[in-house]
Design a protein. Structure first.
Lengths: 165, 403
């Protein structure tokens, strides 16, 4: 299985149901899309994330009713530094999509999706704990893995593997 | 120290009637170091809050500092009851990044070992779950078979639990000569053993009364809270990634996916016991269809370590070996999310590569972490004694939760 080159042109991805529905819903919210190694990624504007995942869940054609995962990637030192990554799955249609949101390092804040997907609760706490991204509207945003009085966010790239000595 | 400095708070809702009870982290029935904060009214649990992180070892950070081939043992160590399932998820993810095909023999071996792991994991679950509830005998029966399986794993990988036998591009080495006969013997005898467990439990009125109707969660709640694997299927949601998004040759196997609509501890018990039987069928098919000849590693000298014999006779093999060990192998830039069905549910490896020899970011979507979020819902308005049954029924592994 040789790797096919990634498709990053959103015009070519318009026939993908998830991209088509998101564009029809709010074309301004979609910042880009990529199809690579059989997986579809859509970049969404930060302000629209909660409504976007809500739309994907409610849409009768897509039915992305299961939030498998929320995580983050730190692209330090380049900006926008953080990419929050949502993996959605449909228990009915059995398909997947990856939603990404870019965040500036100086303003790492994003709306929590807990009102749409309660399962995001622990995942967002984990991202908050290990990356220091704030999820606004989260019901209980506290450290989950590290001790309460821990300093720093260990999964950031500028955090040394051995920890601060 | 942090938890002592400022413990997570659960404010009592009604000060005069309720009390806050701390359960764990050293409680024997929490299957590791899980701490639960319960708000109780008499014997009834009103609310529950899990407090985790006691086993956090920063495995995701460690991944970023290791070469791709060095990460396989780390995958083992997250879920110590299903090491092969984790290895499989990791190896498939890296192979997907590399765009690599692996030989048929390795694929079938992987399926066989993953299903044996599923049986092994379910045996530990059944033994400890029954013991938590008070049926002590089943534990001894389950661990008898588990011991057989661990000996098989030891024979093939040199270690009982953390075998690191799956490698990127195939398998570590040839299985020993009599290994398949031993597996066949085990697989053929196994259905009778499951009958034995069921004889002890399924018809037992104490067992039934103890777990029927306990720890109920509806299909909507299970999906919303992210429950996965048998916990989700016991609530009537028919999702099994082996069948729905086939990977690693699972499309070649015939098996049923046990689903129950009861949504209680009993349903999860029934689903898992049935799953053991289905896994036995898959093992049998894998043994019958396994190609006995052919390579067990992909033909990719820059990624897969050469065999020992070749290293001693061929200069190139020695060079490649040296290069892989000292510099690692590079992986084309990109990202994948590889979801596979572990005994506990969907385990997803999200790997981001920047083109270098070390992963830029690895995130593990852990099934126990997801199932734990459904636990408070299951325990609402239940008795404290039933909390223990509910914890056992989601088959939690704290190494997997905390990573």
């Amino acid at each position: 299985m040789a790797i096919e080159p990634a498709i990053t042109d959103i015009e070519q991805l318009k026939d993908r149901p998830a991209v088509a529905r998101l564009l029809a819903w709010n074309a301004e919210a979609v910042q880009g899309a990529k199809f690579d190694r059989g997986e579809l990624t859509v970049w969404i504007k930060r302000e629209c994330i909660r409504d976007a995942v809500g739309m994907l869940r409610e849409d009768s054609e897509l039915k992305f009713d299961y939030l498998a995962d929320v995580t983050c990637v730190d692209w330090y030192p380049s900006e926008p530094r953080f990419e929050v990554v949502y993996h959605l799955f449909s228990t009915v249609k059995k398909h997947r999509v990856r939603i990404k949101v870019k965040l500036e390092g100086s303003d790492a804040r994003i709306d929590s999706v807990v009102p749409e997907f309660p399962s995001a609760n622990f995942c967002e706490r984990e991202v908050f704990d290990l990356f220091g991204v704030h999820f606004e509207g989260h019901p209980y945003l506290r450290r989950i893995m590290m001790p309460e009085d821990w300093e720093g966010h260990p999964l950031r790239k500028d955090y040394p593997v051995e920890g601060y000595r | 120290m942090g938890h002592l400095v400022q413990p997570p708070v659960l404010e009592p809702m009604a000060q005069d009637r309720t009390m806050i009870l701390n359960m764990g982290p050293q409680h024997p029935s929490t299957h590791g170091v899980l701490r639960l904060i319960l708000e109780i009214d008499g014997e009834t649990v009103l609310r529950m809050m899990p407090d985790i992180g006691y086993l956090h070892t920063g495995i995701e950070k460690t991944y970023e500092a290791k070469f791709y081939q060095q990460c396989v043992p780390l995958a083992d160590r997250m879920d110590y009851l299903a090491p092969f399932s984790n290895e499989l998820g990791y190896c498939l993810a890296v192979e997907k990044l590399l765009g690599m095909d692996i030989p048929k023999r390795a694929v079938w071996m992987r399926v066989l070992l993953t299903e044996l792991t599923r049986i092994q994991s379910h045996l530990v679950w059944l033994g400890t779950h029954a013991m938590d509830i008070g049926a002590l005998t089943v534990f001894l029966y389950c661990f008898r078979e588990r011991e057989d399986l661990l000996r098989l794993f030891e024979a093939i990988g040199g270690q009982r639990m953390f075998t690191s036998y799956f490698r990127v591009g195939g398998l570590a080495m040839e299985p020993p000569l009599d290994w398949f006969d031993r597996v066949r013997k085990f697989v053929d005898a196994f259905p009778e053993k499951v009958d034995e467990y069921e004889n002890l439990l399924t018809g037992n009125p104490i067992w039934q009364r103890r777990i029927k109707g306990v720890g109920y969660i509806s299909a909507e709640d299970a999906i919303a809270l992210g429950a996965t694997g048998p916990t989700l299927r016991a609530s009537g949601v028919d999702v099994d990634l082996r069948r729905d998004n086939p990977y690693c040759g699972y499309e070649n196997f015939q098996f049923n996916v046990p689903v129950s609509t009861d949504g209680d501890v009993w349903a999860r018990y029934v689903c898992r016991v049935q799953e053991m039987r289905e896994s036995q069928k898959i093992c049998k098919q894998a043994l019958e269809g396994m190609p006995m000849e052919g390579p067990f590693k992909a033909e990719a000298p820059k990624v897969v370590l050469p065999e020992r014999e070749k290293m001693k006779t061929q200069m190139e093999a020695l060079i490649y070996h040296f290069k892989i060990i000292t510099e690692g192998f590079t992986v084309p830039a990109g990202e994948v999310y590889m979801a596979t069905e572990s005994p506990r549910g969907e385990i997803g490896f999200y790997i981001v590569s920047d083109g270098g020899p070390k992963p830029y970011r690895v995130h593990v979507r852990a099934p126990s972490f997801a199932n734990l979020q459904a636990l408070p819902k299951m325990c609402e308005e239940q008795l404290i004694a039933d909390v223990v049954a509910a914890i056992g029924s989601i088959d939690i592994v704290l190494g997997d939760v905390d990573r």
